[in-house]
Design a protein around this ligand. Structure first.
Ligand SMILES: C[S@@+](CC[C@H](N)C(=O)[O-])C[C@H]1O[C@@H](n2cnc3c(N)ncnc32)[C@H](O)[C@@H]1O
Length: 394
């Protein structure tokens, strides 16, 4: 799918930057013999040091960037998430927090300020982000708005060997590079990227990785091509699985809380979702062409929450809950938090009511986004999953 012609134009500097990213990827393709997997392409386009979308200097999140996440929409989001964290912290002796992919740092800020208001600060708030550029933005934001809390905030370079407390990731799994697969004529192929006529082109190859091939074969029955002559495109996120395995290995006691957009497997690989879930975000426009201006746009895919859950089956983790973002936030008391502002105070109340609508409306983020939790040695049912259980969809 090519990008629509109506996308905003990039300036000269941005175009030069994108050209450098394009050349870096082209060189990798040439060095690899003419083809790289889409997973490698996405990794380079998003995370090539100093060049990739998340590794270079442009503003990405918020109204001045390319897309808006829940913490950027409203502090109500972080304040509600903090209620769930507070419940967990109260049940543990020396809990820490570890946030992955903290973006602008806004979620960390809102959570920390809310926990402070409730006298429930953790021992440490760790942040681990693969983007050095975003880490600098997080440090600047937290130093400006919560200078008295910086002593408990620490940035990590890698996943620690052991952890007790709450691990949190909002919209991180969707940013992990995925493999692109096409099922056609009862066979599955890996979609990769080649360089032809001065541009990137899709090129299919047999699937060489045994793990990927086994997964593509398992999914064939769901996709149910039957006699259809149309190809079926979709994604498999092995990196999210490896990430979950790492988290399950290190968690001694506590909770992993993940919020992201996606579905259970039957919906993800529904026969009618034949174009897959790849999405690109450029200056608040969404389209489906991952080759458009590499380095200047975000590339994402939806999360297969069944795959995430299967990854931790047969480990010491248990599913702590799976529900929509709307149910999760309402269970955490987001409407009570809004009610702390008087409805007669229109100047403050109306913008927040509007933000709440964006977070929980089924037409906006409320249903597409899900919250999922995994627990280890945690004694209580989690408040965020009290109503609206959807674990049968996994
Ligand atoms: C879509 S942004 C979400 C930012 C933030 N959580 C929010 O909700 O606004 C994705 C973030 O995940 C980070 N990221 C991607 N893969 C990661 C990984 N494997 N470990 C840690 N951070 C990662 C990116 O650098 C970026 O900060």
């Amino acid at each position: 799918m090519s990008a629509p012609k109506t996308l905003p134009l990039a300036n000269e500097d941005a175009l030069n930057h994108s050209r450098s990213v394009q050349m870096r990827i082209r060189d990798k393709i040439v060095a690899a013999g003419g083809w790289i997997s889409f997973e490698q392409f996405m990794h380079l386009a998003l995370y090539a040091p100093g060049l990739g979308y998340y590794s270079s200097g442009a503003t990405k999140l918020g109204s001045a960037g390319d897309f808006v996440t829940a913490p950027e929409i409203s502090p109500l989001f972080g304040r509600a998430v903090a209620q769930q964290i507070k419940q967990i912290i109260h049940c543990m002796s020396t809990p820490d927090l570890l946030e992955f992919g903290a973006g602008s740092g806004k979620l960390a800020l809102d959570i920390l300020l809310e926990l402070e208001r409730s006298n429930a600060l953790p021992r440490k708030y760790y942040i681990l982000d693969v983007s050095a550029e975003l880490r600098s933005r997080q440090q600047a934001l937290l130093a400006e708005h919560a200078p008295h809390l910086t002593a408990i905030i620490e940035w990590l370079e890698q996943i620690p060997p052991r952890f007790s407390g709450v691990m949190l990731a909002n919209e991180v799994l969707d940013a992990m590079p995925v493999h692109s697969i096409v099922w056609h004529s009862n066979a599955a192929f890996e979609r990769g990227v080649a360089w032809e006529n001065e541009q990137f082109v899709w090129q299919n190859r047999p699937i060489l990785s045994a793990e990927l091939r086994a997964m593509a074969e398992t999914l064939s029955s769901l996709i149910n091509l039957g006699g259809s002559s149309h190809p079926y495109f979709s994604e498999i996120n092995l990196n999210a699985r490896y990430f979950m395995r790492s988290l399950s290995d290190i968690l001694q006691q506590g909770v992993i809380l993940l919020i992201d957009y996606g579905f259970g497997r039957n919906e993800y690989y529904h026969p009618q979702r034949s174009e897959g879930t790849l999405m690109c975000h450029y200056r608040h426009h969404t389209h489906g062409d991952p080759f458009y201006l590499p380095g200047l746009q975000d590339i994402t895919s939806h999360v297969d929450f069944s795959a995430i859950t299967q990854t931790v089956e047969n480990t010491h983790l248990e599913l702590g809950g799976y529900t929509t973002q709307a149910h999760f936030l309402i269970n955490c008391g987001i409407t009570d938090i809004l009610a702390q502002t008087s409805a007669e105070d229109l100047t403050h109340y109306l913008p927040q009511a509007n933000q709440l609508h964006r977070l929980i409306s089924p037409a906006e983020m409320g249903e597409l986004f899900k919250a999922i939790a995994f627990v280890k040695d945690f004694p209580e049912p989690l408040m965020g999953f009290h109503r609206g259980d959807m674990s049968r969809m996994l």
